[in-house]
Design a protein around this ligand. Sequence first.
Ligand SMILES: [Zn+2]
Length: 88
Amino acid sequence: MTYEECRTLGHSWSFASRPRKEGNIATFDLRCARCEATRADAVSLTHGGLAARKYVYRSDYQYKKGDEVPSRDQFRLRLIAKLTKKGD
Ligand SMILES: [Zn+2]
C-alpha cells in the first residue's frame, strides 16, 4: 500500500462506530477510508475540549528513526505522477 494521498491531502476520516461515553468523556473512533489508520478523540463532556487523541497506523505507514522523510512537496509530486501515469 502507498500513502501518497493521505500524506498529501490528509486522512479521509469517517466514524468507525458511535461515540462511546465513559464518565465525563465521549470518545469518537475514526478510521481513514484510504489507509486504515485509526484515530480516537476523547472529548470532555463539560466543555467540549479535546482531552486526548490517539492515532494507530499500519506498521509500514510511519517512517523509522533515521529514515529520510520526503517533504510535503515531494509527496505532492509523487501523487501527481501516480495519478497521471499512462496506462492506468
Ligand atoms: Zn489515511
